[in-house]
Write a protein that binds this ligand. Sequence first.
Ligand code: ADP
Ligand code: ZN
Ligand code: ZN
Length: 728
Amino acid sequence: MILTVAIDTPLRRAFDYHAPAGVARERLAGLQPGVRVRVPFGRRQSIGVLVGCGTASSVAPEKLKAALEILDDEPLFDAATLSLLCFAADYYHHPIGEVFAAALPAAIRAGAAAHDCEEAWTLTPAGQTALELPAGRRAPRQREILERLLGGDPLADDAVQGRPARAALAALAARGFIRSTVLPRPAATITHTVSGVARTAAQQTAVDAITAAFGRYAAFLLHGVTGSGKTEVYMEAIAASLAGDGQALVLVPEIALTPQLVQRFRARFGGGIAVLHSGVAEVERRDAWRAARSGRARIVIGTRSAVFAPLARLGLVVVDEEHDASYKQQEGLRYSARDLAVLRAQRAQVPVVLGSATPSLETLENVAQGRYTRLSLPQRPGGTPPPRIRLIDLRRVASDHGLSQPALAAMATHLAAGGQVIAYLNRRGYAPCLYCIACGWVAPCAHCDARMVLHRRAARLRCHHCGASGEVPSTCGACGQPLAPVGQGTERVEETMARLFPDAPLARLDRDAVGSAAALDAVLARVRNGEARILVGTQMLTKGHDFPDVSLVVVLDADQGLFSSDFRASERLAQTITQVAGRAGRGSRPGEVLVQTAFPEHPLLTRLIAGGYEEFASAALDERREALWPPFSRLALLRAEARDAAALDAYLRAAAEAGRGRAEVEVLGPANALMARRADHYRAHLLVEGASRSAVQRFLADWLPRIERLPAPSGLRWSIDVDPLELD
Ligand code: ADP
Ligand code: ZN
Ligand code: ZN
């Protein structure tokens, strides 16, 4: 019998082994794909996942090694999840072993029990004897653990925290004084508190449409402005889907930024909620995964990788803020969790709800084609009208460090009336460059084609692309004249606002100001309890926070996205402006939104202001149809980087040549990346464009193996990105 095993390695294939010695014939006969197998791999051992059993291998039998151990009786994944994982490996052309690795918590990858249990320790007779000896001075921690076990109650493994205590546990186990056992988990109780609010007619229509689709695949776009009550609809539909013993999967872009969402679910449903994301401690993640798999967790809330959570009784899938770019993983397995969530729902024959105030153009096109059903929540339940958006023409008004006079006047008015004010700028640091007025020299990054950003509080120059940092030079590197910071980052806006509004306490929300979840909580609390009156921040601001007293939002620089070469830049800009505008006027105050721009007649902005996101989106879709960009074509991007620019170019030319002459797709390039050098590597890419997903897939299946056989320059790294979000 031959076992085919997926192993966590960059090689794009699975590996064959003989069955392990000493395993009963019946057990082998009953083996199912999805169980873990310990195998020899190179000079080490590895734990892989069984993907197939057979009697033949393309490798000669005498060359095959035997697997060492079969770890599980049951597969790790239910059939639908397993098939989703295999699909992901296929579709994204990624090594299957790395796909499984991405789907599993580290502890499970390392061989920890998969069933839903609590690990605990008990005293052995040898340990008992050891305790009867007088306490020596050595190993007081070990002694303490033995004493805790003396009463006979097992000690839960999770209760033993800290590295020294863990080391003591390991030492005791090695000496045979304690032994590990497993305790079953008590069943979770899911409570269901009835919603405190009466649903609006639109909410009721949405809930009815979703519940009517239970038990089969159907995809819905829940389209509603921020604050229109989408989360209420999710919770109501989930409550209905849990009525049997079903499970629900809720994907969110970022949990750290939206702790309120998890709190609302806990308040509504009590126990039985598992939270799965990379920010939780490894032990909790393992437990959440086990609880999802066993069915103890009835609702799994998680970020991108939660789409792979094993949920045998899945009844409903929700993807909140479906347009959010963080659903696309940008390294390793470059998957779209949003797209896989829809496929998962299809495989499991359950409905999927994609929610957004600013749906992606792909999703809107799916609605237009009748593949998804749109459910609209046109109004906020409180009846607060949507905020008014106005453009400020930066060419015609005076500004103080990037803050225009009309914006400053509006801020003063709103602050005086007791409102809170948001200033949004998607640029960290103090100033994006340090400039010599005498000769035009700009402080460059030594490793990238990029400028160093001035961080004044830290008194450092930093490169936002490779992480390099250096001291702030006092004079020009070329001519010795003094240097001046040019342009604004959030740090500088904070400084300016503090000078102009000395009485209004200020909070800043960006990656430099908020380094940890605790720091984030502290900032959000200061805004929510009203202590901070002004909030300056980056993209972090646009994510789902509910600040009832914010009445004015100022977008300081809309122009960054107006003239980009990336065909998605305009969509992203429209989404950002709409999302950040949605922070204004969520409570009882009507909101006002000001957008500063030097191009107020740009059609993107005028359309967005006059017609709202929907009108913008329909025009943007027309443009994409015209230009044959996705979703009217399908793309894949081959990115490559190397230290030697000429060798990189030659390699990509050869790769392009290997793919020329197909009827169905075109290979464009090589083209240099926008930042042609980053962290001392030259970067370039080839773009594959085809009329359909299947055309691109057929091409890649044939082309990638040929590329792998091309002679590569030393140190070359390449990756394939199917349905890339960034074309760079
Ligand atoms: P979204 O998810 O679209 O941003 P939420 O579901 O968070 O919207 O709702 C925004 C606010 O409105 C919340 O405070 C919520 O409790 C409240 N809300 C939702 N639905 C109703 C309703 N039918 N009646 C009154 N308030 C509601
Ligand atoms: Zn100079
Ligand atoms: Zn750099």
